[in-house]
Write a protein that binds this ligand. Sequence first.
Ligand code: T6T
Length: 325
Amino acid sequence: MKKSIIAVLAILMIVLVAMPGFSQAKLKVLFMPGVADPFYFTMEKGIKAAADKAGVDLTVAEYPKAWGPENQIPILQATIARGKFDLLLIAPTSNEALKAPLKAIYDKGTEIITVDTFLGDGDYSKKSDYNFPLSYIGSDNELGGKQMAEQLAKLVGEKGKVFVEATNPDASSVQGRVKGFKAGVAEFPKMQLVGVEWCQDIQQKAQEQTLAALQKDKDIVGIFGLNVFSAQGATQAVINAGLSGAVKMCLWDATLDNIANLKKGNADLVLAQKPGEMGALGIEWGVKYLKDKKNVKVPKKVIPGFEFFTRENASSPAMQPFIYQ
Ligand code: T6T
């Protein structure tokens, strides 16, 4: 009797272990954000929900306290040293400086998807020293920058001087937005871009630079705040200068602060990216590929769209999910 029970249990174990997925250890995924801000906090929520659904083991690296490869690379390398990961989702804070560290991680067997920002020119489909990531999943920043210029043109009557408060020139997202904004302004012969300032993603610096620009050129009629901290700093400068409503403000990133300023009349348009969706898509495509490398082709670019907040729609139920919270 005892022998027959043992035999049945042994057969059961063999059948179970042979079942697809049973013997697979959980996939290990690492998320490396760019900086501690509402955009990446929202991205993390999307990643966590998708990771739970996919049954993967997720590690979120320590958030860099400030933007830049000098802050991001040490955290990345220390986290990678502590464990072997099957997939890395990362927002490279420089399209050049992160190439070598990420290639080294890739060469040791970790697949990579860049989210929000990319390496090189973001085209991973061609032969290059940065074509090893599976995909870039993020906004079309050049298109968004052009649309922000066109919206600002409408707000200022397609004439006058405008200014951009930007952050870091070596971040691919920033490069795209500035390039697109310049192309958009160029469509309006009576508009002039008087300056672009770089606050290194420090809000206080954005506030100081914007105030200086307004003091230097009293004719500025519109400002593009290029991301969370540059937009919030630029808006505070306009408020402090008593120019709310007089200087039109187009802000990138739907943070609670930017939406509140839109509702108060301190800003005129807010562009919302879809960080949660970017993160979820990174998990979904990465896991799909790791589970069937032979047959799954990951698109080299996956571009979620934008939503635009105005004073008219800012309180509508349909728009609330797009606020970074
Ligand atoms: O605008 C986002 C992100 O898209 C960009 O790459 C860096 O700045 C933010 O994180 C906001 O701080």
